[in-house]
Design a protein around this ligand. Structure first.
Ligand code: NDP
Ligand code: HSE
Length: 429
């Protein structure tokens, strides 16, 4: 074993970074044996230098992250600051000064992954980010390496722990959205500003990364259709239950049936209770991958939290260090397929539509006509009267999102339709 240590700098020492530092220390001997050389933490960049950080040598702490990545003797820079800047500039500078980079930053990779991969290529270094999608769950490496000889057609999953906790709470206890969010906040799952989670931005970033790797195509954050879960109500859960379903915030990346394009989307959806994703409770994540040869694979585990996320970061550190010692590089960006990303209107799925209508003769026929005029075939209709009005639940066969959108627009114009209470896609059948 080489005795000269590989030098690692840590950018950020919060929830994830503090656990990375702890595991690097407590598992130092095993890591050295697995890598073939010891690994030394030579600097820790933070914002607040005076904060007490258990297990961190205060002499290593600096607020000058730029100077740290410019040292010139670093083997690996671990970026666990988050956000776009200064993380992007620091990673680029790290490559320029000879280091490989491990990051957990899904927002940055989803937005600028292509440019960062190009910078890594230019300087002959590695860029790894297993922790950026679904925390501890190995997903990037299986897609990029284990399935490199297969053809992935679909990636469907729960990739945000906070929203899964909230939806699970609403489903299992009948709690409203705000009540469930408050509990998620109290338990430390949701951040003070939970917007990125509940509005689907976090899941959309992960979907962009997964789709890009799965389909060997650049998929940018803007290419991902995104709907949050703040509008999901207890009534939606009641409707889902009547259908034998529950509601999950899903990230869905699909290759079109003709293979000529792909789509990526994040939105709440009903899924049958018998589907394995329906049983994913609390803040856990799970991702289904469907490919030509392997068939269906499911990846399940903790998708967030300091130690679980640090596990994925450490796996990357080991891989990058091994590459450094052998003079090799890990896989870079694979975007050779360059498939077009189709708009949401072209996505085909089933829908659950809940309407408030006047309870009088001919209304059902009027509503059915609108569906027919837009080419959307109805599977089932359920009506429940309430004081001269009625609640109408329509479940469709598969139709395009554009056709469904046109249907709903026309329904809203009918005098007899008092309101469209909810529209929910039905997946996983
Ligand atoms: P935290 O907010 O807990 O930690 C951020 C760290 O970065 C803090 O140590 C902070 O310093 C430091 N920091 C902030 N700005 C700067 C700066 N300008 N220069 C130097 N240091 C700075 O974030 P997390 O650990 O939760 O997340 C880190 C990354 O990991 C993010 O990209 C996140 O998306 C990703 N991630 C997080 C998961 C989780 O469960 N938390 C799961 C999967 C991925 P200080 O301590 O002084 O405030
Ligand atoms: N906020 C994210 C979640 C953290 O709740 O899943 C992990 O990326």
């Amino acid at each position: 074993m080489r005795t000269r240590p590989l030098k690692v700098a840590l950018l950020g020492c919060g929830v994830v970074g503090s656990e990375v530092a702890r595991i690097m220390t407590t598992h130092a001997d095993d890591l050295a044996a697995r890598i073939g050389a010891p690994v030394e933490l030579v600097g820790v960049a933070v914002r607040r230098p005076d904060k007490v950080r258990e297990g961190i040598d205060p002499d290593l702490v600096t607020t000058d992250a730029t100077a740290l990545v410019k040292r010139g003797d670093l083997d690996v820079v671990v970026e666990v600051i988050g956000g776009i800047e200064p993380a992007r500039a620091l990673i680029t500078t790290a490559f320029e000064h000879g280091a490989s980079v491990v990051s957990a930053n899904k927002a940055l990779i989803a937005q600028d992954g292509a440019a960062l991969h190009a910078a890594a290529d230019e300087h002959g270094r590695d860029l790894y980010y297993e922790a950026a999608v679904a925390g501890a769950i190995p997903l990037i490496r299986p897609l990029r390496e284990s399935l490199a000889g297969d053809k992935v057609n679909r990636v469907l999953g729960i990739v945000n722990g906070t929203t899964n906790f909230i939806l699970d709470k609403m489903d299992s206890t009948g709690a409203g959205y705000q009540e469930a969010l408050d509990e998620a906040t109290a338990l430390g799952y949701a951040e003070a500003d939970p917007t990125a989670d509940v509005e689907g931005f976090d899941a959309a970033a992960k979907a962009a990364i997964l789709a890009g790797i799965a389909f060997h195509t650049r998929v940018r954050l803007d290419d991902v259709h995104r709907e949050g879960m703040t509008e999901v109500t207890a009534a939606d859960f009641a409707s889902a239950k009547e259908m034998g379903c529950t509601i999950k915030l899903l990230a869905i990346c699909e290759r079109a049936a003709d293979g000529a394009s792909v789509t990526a989307r994040v939105h709440p959806a009903m899924i049958p209770l018998g589907h394995p994703l329906a049983g994913v409770r609390g803040a856990y994540n799970a991702v289904f991958v469907e490919s030509d040869a392997a068939g269906q694979l499911m990846f399940y585990g903790p998708g967030a939290g300091g130690a679980p996320t640090a596990s994925a970061v450490l796996g990357d550190i080991v891989a990058v260090c091994r590459n450094r010692l052998s003079g090799a590089r890990g896989p870079g960006e694979s975007a050779y397929a360059a498939l077009p990303v189709s708009p949401m209107g072209e996505v085909v799925t089933r829908y659950h539509i809940s309407l408030d209508v006047a309870d009088k003769p001919g209304v059902l026929a009027q509503v059915a006509t609108v569906f027919a005029e837009h080419g959307v075939s109805i599977d089932t209709v359920r009506q429940q009267g309430k004081d001269g009005e009625a609640s109408l639940v329509v479940i469709t066969h598969r139709a395009s999102d554009a056709a469904l959108g046109g249907t709903v627009e026309a329904l809203r114009k009918l005098d007899t339709v008092r309101g469209v209470a909810s529209i929910m896609r039905v997946e996983g059948e």
